[in-house]
Design a protein around this ligand. Structure first.
Ligand code: GLU
Length: 489
């Protein structure tokens, strides 16, 4: 790369950071880091009606939570500020008038009613409406007089009627369209604020952005931006339009959407996903490192990211795959770290101080994919669930309700006589009783585990579960199981 690499993430503050946005931010960040460049945050808030209060702070927070440190931005400063578009308002209008002077734009005084009427007429003729350049014929002196007199107006781009417009995209190659397919987009709205069409060009130029990463929804407008760069006599940045992130649900495959309840980055963190796992997974949604390795820390991604691995096909967000990544990260945590993260989730179901949570969490770590699963995995400790006697039937353990009853009758007296309710003592006592009974281990331990947990699977076997449940409660549960099985058999 010859020019200094400067990339930007330019979200509109319309809500939480959705996963497509996070991915755009991540690629822009990785690209900058990979090439020793600068990563910039710019807030695009010119569409004030869509702005959600608090969303700007959420963006700062989410990017920090994701580890995507920006070198320049509204709350960190930089030499190219301000970094919030509404604070740049005084910059856009003079640029728009400069463009008017260069023939690349013109003021337009058409009212909404006039536009609606002409649009309806065009549609009645079976034509697709685009602005008909009527105000281009207003003589400049008259236009100036009307603007100075305060007549409401917008400023429109003057797209040539012939020839083509296009640009080079790192992913899509050369994109070129006939100019007569493009409309004279509004650059400055009646309220004096720029539209995205204009602001992105002015800002990317003034902020010396070298590479623009954004969604493919901008691909069709990008030729117009190129025309603007040329009208100004500016060198356009290189662009990289990223395919959309899809999701599959009952209705089929569609775009990820906040409105349809798809999780945002914050939602995932709140549900107990680790940020490193989410970032790792998101990085691979549309980018391939080109080898077998799938698990990458952010620092590794910064080293190995290569835009050549980006794909043009839409990627599909798969929660199962994310769960797998999250599980990989969780299993690899040092136990104390795992315990600190897991404890509040486990306490949701078990309260504080009633159980040996440290021991429980030792059993849970290798079984945890997402922390939000934990309450449902341990709640049986606090309250014996209803369960089906069919759980006592287990082919491999060679048990059925009858065998189970006999097995529990071996376990119960052994447990009743045990004072030291520790795992080693439970183990030794049960093993001795089983040996004496002549039964197979599974014919006692499987029924005992079911009787104590009421679950098909539990974080550990009979001994560990009985230990955690405690003596009195274990005995109560075993006695209740014996009563039920006696009645059933
Ligand atoms: N403000 C635009 C959005 O939030 C960003 C487009 C861009 O990155 O240029 O969708």
């Amino acid at each position: 790369m010859t020019t200094p690499v400067r990339t930007r993430f330019a979200p509109s503050p319309t809500g939480y950071l959705h996963l497509g946005g996070l991915r755009t931010a991540l690629y822009a960040y990785l690209f900058a880091r990979k090439h020793g460049g600068t990563f910039i945050l710019r807030i695009e808030d010119t569409d004030q009606e869509r702005e959600v209060p608090g969303a700007v702070e959420m963006i700062y927070q989410s990017l920090r939570a994701a580890g995507l440190t920006y070198d320049e931005g509204p709350d960190v400063g930089g030499d190219f500020g301000p970094y919030i578009q509404t604070q740049r308002k005084p910059i856009y209008l003079p640029h728009a008038w400069e463009l008017v002077a260069r023939g690349g734009a013109y003021p337009c005084f058409c009212t909404k009613e006039q536009l609606d009427q002409r649009r309806a007429q065009a549609e009645a003729r079976g034509e697709t409406w685009k602005y008909d350049k009527r105000c281009l014929s207003v003589p400049p002196v008259e236009a100036k007089r009307r603007v100075d007199a305060g007549e409401p107006h917008v400023i429109r781009q003057n797209v040539p009627t012939t020839g083509t417009a296009g640009f080079d995209d790192l992913l899509y190659g050369r994109v070129e369209v006939p100019c007569d397919t493009l409309d004279d987009a509004v650059l400055i709205k009646a309220d004096g604020l720029p539209t995205y069409n204009f602001a992105n060009v002015v800002d990317d130029h003034l902020m010396a952005i070298s590479h623009v990463m954004r969604g493919t929804e901008y691909l069709s407008s990008a030729p117009k931006y190129d025309l603007l760069y040329r009208s100004f006599g500016w060198e356009p940045p290189l662009s990289l339009h990223l395919p959309v992130v899809m999701i599959t649900d009952q209705e089929g495959t569609r775009k990820l959407s906040k409105r349809k309840g798809d999780p945002s980055f914050e939602d995932l963190l709140a549900q107990g996903y680790l940020r490193d796992a989410v970032v790792n997974y998101i990085a691979l949604l549309g980018w391939s490192p080109g080898g077998e390795q799938e698990v990458f820390s952010l620092a590794e991604l910064e080293r190995v990211f290569d835009e050549k691995g980006l794909s043009k096909s839409p990627s599909v967000f798969d929660i199962q795959k994310l769960n797998w990544f999250n599980g990989e990260y969780i299993h690899a945590l040092p136990f104390d770290e795992y315990f600190a993260l897991a404890k509040p989730w486990v306490e949701q179901a078990l309260g504080e101080g009633r159980f040996d949570l440290r021991r429980l969490c030792q059993m849970l770590q290798s079984r945890t994919d997402v922390f939000s699963q934990l309450p449902g995995m341990v709640d049986f400790l606090a309250k014996m669930p209803d369960y089906d006697l069919a759980l006592y039937t287990h082919k491999k353990m060679k048990t059925d309700p009858q065998v189970a009853l006999a097995g529990l009758n071996v376990a119960l007296p052994a447990l009743e006589g045990l004072d030291d309710w520790s795992e080693p003592a439970l183990h030794d006592t049960l093993m001795a009783a089983i040996a004496e009974s002549g039964k197979k281990n599974g014919q006692v331990l499987w029924p005992l585990r079911v009787a104590v947990t009421g679950r098909e699977s539990s974080p550990g076997g009979a001994i560990e579960m009985a230990y955690l449940v405690g003596k009195d409660e274990s005995l109560t549960r075993v006695r209740a199981a014996i009563a039920r099985l006696t009645e059933h058999n």
